[in-house]
Design a binder for this molecule. Structure first.
Ligand code: ARG
Length: 460
């Protein structure tokens, strides 16, 4: 194929090479970023006296037409153009003639692709953040309804101590708040403009990189051009941030799957977000959280892929770096879809308060309260109290009752130091509300956490 940039290579390239070398099939997604970058670059070239006013006008007009053609689906993508940058530049020259050839003054595809990709990453960093904020509002709404809904808090997936469901939701809210903050810090760290770095060493043209940076919404231009065209840390940042978000989504998904099983029956996902079996008509399957858990694997893969692509590359640009985009596109698209569907599944989920509370009666959840009682009221060293409590739990098991339902006389028969007031301490709700330390699960302490998150969300 005859190339726009045939330069040193004059023979026609093979079709196989065109197919192998091209990024156009996937980087056409960057057309709007490419056009915006080119308009900013041309505007700066005109301000610096490198292009005339008329040339700028033609270029801006031509790029506008191309954007329209792409959006109307009539733009002809030719794989021989290799990538979106060349495809647009070639079409520009077709449309406006020789002036189109001036657009590439003082830039290279190396800074151009770094710009386009960074613009894409920055835009989607904000979009993911906005989607997470909606998820956070959903957690908060659920939490407000359930500060007194008790369920067994677990360690090792074994019943441990009673907590409330709001508290459990706020644990997730805390994780996603950190994710939001990570996105914000990545946005700030990466908000510097690559354009004007040219191939690797800068350019002899008298540029104003501050101006292009400002036109494109960046804080400033990057500092070192060699780093700028070699750098894909901004892409690693978004891939890691997405991996962390999906880890949190996956942990919640695992709980939703468990909670919707017949063994737990703590929640039911709405029919709109459940699926059925093709053979077993009675089944309602939690495909949504399962798929969310499954998708976590691929976004980890995308992160590891890019780390691996970059690890052995000498400065500056190497063609290996063309492998940076598909994984990022895939992670971004999947995380957006994942956050959106998780939010909907949570909004429409039914919480089975009675089943959660019933489950608190399994596993002697107030055993720690008995030990604490023996320490506080009977002046016993904690290790002794722990041992006695253990023996009492064994007795409760034999009787087939939960510790919270053991008759006082029976408890006193096992240890005479136990007073009449013990029942109050073994009561499960009392046990939950006793954990009133800062950040604890007592309804009061949970309400304070709700107020904290409410205030934080109010800032958006
Ligand atoms: N399509 C290329 C990529 O995605 C653009 C940069 C090409 N630069 C070069 N010197 N070959 O990485």
């Amino acid at each position: 194929m005859a190339k726009l940039a045939s330069g040193r290579v004059t023979e026609k390239s093979s079709e196989l090479l065109d197919k192998f070398n091209a990024s156009l099939p996937f980087d056409k997604k960057l057309y709007a970023e490419d056009i915006a970058g080119s308009i900013a670059h041309a505007t700066m070239l005109e301000a610096q006296g490198i292009l005339t006013q008329l040339e700028l006008k033609d270029i801006v007009h031509g790029l506008g037409m191309i954007q329209k053609e792409i959006e109307e689906g009539i733009f002809v993508f030719d794989i021989a153009d290799e990538d979106i940058h060349m495809a647009i530049e070639k079409r520009l020259t077709d449309l406006i003639g020789d002036t189109g050839k001036k657009l590439h003054t003082a830039r290279s595809r190396n800074d151009q692709v770094a710009l386009d990709f960074r613009l894409y990453v920055q835009k989607n960093t904000l979009k993911i953040k906005d989607f997470l904020l909606e998820l956070e509002r959903t957690f908060l709404d659920i939490a407000k309804e359930h500060t007194t809904t008790m369920l067994p808090g677990m360690t090792h997936l074994q019943h441990a101590q009673p907590i409330n469901f709001a508290y459990h939701m706020l644990a997730y809210m805390s994780m996603f708040k950190r994710d939001i903050e990570r996105l914000q810090s990545a946005y700030k760290r990466n908000n510097f403009s690559p354009i004007g770095c040219a191939a690797l060493a800068g350019t002899p043209h008298d540029l104003n990189r501050e101006m292009t940076a400002q036109l494109l919404g960046f804080e400033a231009p990057t500092v070192n051009c060699l780093d700028t065209v070699s750098d894909r840390d901004f892409a690693l940042d978004i891939l890691y941030n997405i991996a962390a978000i999906m880890t949190h989504i996956s942990r919640l998904s695992e709980e939703l799957i468990l909670w919707s099983s017949s063994e737990f029956k703590f929640v039911s996902l709405s029919d709109a977000y459940s699926t059925s079996s093709s053979i077993m008509p009675q089944k309602k399957n939690p495909d949504v959280p399962e798929l969310l858990r499954g998708k976590t694997g691929r976004v980890y893969g995308n992160l590891i892929s890019l780390l691996t692509v970059l690890k052995g590359l000498p400065l500056a640009y190497n063609k290996d770096m063309q492998e940076d985009k598909e994984g990022v596109f895939d992670s971004v698209e999947n995380v957006l879809l994942s956050i959106e569907i998780l939010t909907q599944a949570l909004k429409t989920m039914t919480v089975h308060v009675d089943n959660m509370e019933k489950a608190c009666k399994i596993g002697h959840l107030s055993a720690t309260d008995l030990a604490d009682y023996l320490v506080q009221k009977c002046d016993m060293p904690f290790r002794d109290a722990y041992k006695i409590t253990g023996a009492i739990v064994v007795e409760a098991e034999k009787m087939g009752v939960d510790l919270s339902e053991m008759p006082v006389e029976k408890l006193q028969a096992l240890d005479s130091r136990i007073g009449e007031d013990i029942s109050k301490y073994l009561d499960l709700r009392h046990s939950m509300n006793a954990r009133n330390s800062q950040g604890g699960t007592a309804t009061d302490a949970t309400q304070k956490q709700i107020a904290y998150f409410q205030k934080w969300l109010g800032g958006y």
